[in-house]
Design a protein around this ligand. Structure first.
Ligand code: SF4
Length: 302
């Protein structure tokens, strides 16, 4: 029996589903029932009849799945798969920031711990951030934790954006020189970059899109070549879904080591031992869910 067969066997025994983020290793994506962005995956879990969810991503994603699925067991195959950007903000630090700007609303990117979501008015994804900000009555917005996404939003709204100083170390590895170099070799390629990229990189893009946005754009576009400015794991799915098109990573170094911790072996171990169960304190879960529900009311936008 190979690893894929063992996973299928365990999934049936446990009535489990496997969710994999777009940045997971190719073999992990291939073992998953659903591959997608973090919030989309948590929603898939809600609509599934599974008792157990194995979330192949990083900590804040498993937390969101647990917040939205309190009656299901959410497993994180690798406890050390933690997002450094989400760790750049704490609820205590956010409370202090709120005291500095008492009239501001707090918008938090889904890439935050549940305890930070619980301190926020509303969540957003990279696809709907501008729409969410514009849906609010407040004119001042504290935007956490990604400063690049905050600046991208600031360019698309009249509201005053107060950015938190967090960033994604993986997207910061993509430099303007990388885009220019690839553009020289592939002059007809469309440049698609994620809003977590540096401003100088965003300035060179044809389109600034979330991972779901990139997948949709690539499949519908008449272009044949694309330079992709995000974590390289997305190329697995782009290539699989568009075998007639060419996808070039902006840089091969845009690898998130935390995302890559999950393996087929860790999925098997998680299902066999029912570990590691994600637990969220009830008070945090209720408040974090409110911030996520408000985002849904404002419209996902993707
Ligand atoms: S790619 Fe960036 S934002 Fe995503 S998990 Fe890795 S460090 Fe966090």
């Amino acid at each position: 029996m190979d690893e894929y067969e063992r996973i299928t066997q365990l999934k049936i025994e446990r009535n489990a589903i496997i969710l994999a983020h777009n940045y997971q290793r190719g073999e992990v994506q291939d073992a998953a029932d659903f591959v997608g962005d973090s919030f989309g995956l948590s929603q898939k879990a809600v609509s599934s009849g599974a008792d157990m969810i194995v979330f192949c991503g990083v900590d804040f994603m498993a937390e969101s799945a647990a917040v939205l699925n309190p009656d299901k067991i959410v497993l994180m195959p690798e406890l050390n798969a933690q997002c450094p950007m989400a760790a750049m903000i704490t609820p205590e630090a956010l409370r202090l920031e709120k005291q500095k700007y008492p009239d501001a609303a707090v918008v938090c990117y889904v890439n935050t711990p549940a305890a930070v979501k619980a301190e926020s008015d509303i969540c957003c994804t990279s696809a709907n951030a501008i729409k969410v900000v514009n849906s609010l009555e407040e004119e001042e917005i504290i935007f956490v934790p990604d400063r690049n996404l905050a600046l991208f939003v600031a360019a698309g709204t009249e509201k005053k954006i107060i950015p938190w100083n967090g960033y994604c170390p993986t997207h910061h590895l993509i430099l303007p020189g990388d885009i220019l170099l690839e553009k020289e070799e592939h002059p007809d390629a469309k440049v698609l970059v994620h809003p977590e990229c540096r401003q100088e990189v965003i300035a060179l893009a044809d389109k600034v899109l979330s991972t779901s946005g990139m997948l949709k754009y690539a499949s519908q576009s008449g272009s044949k070549e694309f330079i992709i400015g995000t974590e390289v794991g997305l190329l697995h799915r782009l290539r699989k879904e568009n075998p007639d098109k060419i996808f070039i990573p902006a840089t091969k170094y845009a690898v998130c080591p935390n995302m890559k911790m999950n393996t087929l072996g860790s999925i098997i171990r998680a299902l066999e031992k029912k570990e590691h169960i994600m637990k969220i304190p009830a008070d945090i879960r209720v408040k974090a869910k409110l911030a996520l529900d408000r985002m849904l009311e404002a419209g996902r936008g993707d």
